[in-house]
Ligand binder design. Structure first.
Ligand code: ZN
Length: 128
């Protein structure tokens, strides 16, 4: 994938104009939805560092890099749908995003859906 390809997060925008700037640390997501989308595309692109740094600091110690890498390797991310958002706009410090992520297990080709309502602290998440 090059930076001109459409971003995996589903915005129909070239990666370079979408999540790439967050992944590179050039900009911070302004909304909880942007942050959610950038985490999804990080999974799709196997950017484990980004997944870790955008996890709540309190929970980071529970993450095991190896387990995250294995999970990224085992899955192919097909689609992200944002179901609902609550706050998390540019002038909020926190918000919630309900999302539905479709992925395929490479081992058996089985498709599954991960649906979750995540809380995001917009300003505190990504160090830059
Ligand atoms: Zn994106």
């Amino acid at each position: 994938m090059t930076e001109q390809h459409i971003c995996p997060c589903g915005t129909d925008t070239p990666y370079n104009n979408c999540c790439a700037r967050f992944h590179r640390g050039d900009a911070r997501p302004e909304t909880a939805e942007q942050l959610m989308r950038s985490r999804y595309s990080a999974w799709a692109l196997r950017l484990i560092d980004y997944i870790i740094t955008t996890t709540w600091p309190r929970q980071q110690r529970y993450l095991q890099r190896k387990a995250l890498e294995d999970w990224a390797d085992a899955t192919e991310w097909c689609q992200l749908e944002i179901v609902d958002t609550d706050k998390g706009q540019a002038d909020d410090t926190a918000g919630e995003v309900e999302f539905r992520a479709t992925y395929r297990l490479k081992a058996n080709g089985k498709t599954d859906i991960h649906q979750e309502c995540s809380s995001f602290m917009v300003l505190l998440q990504v160090g830059g």
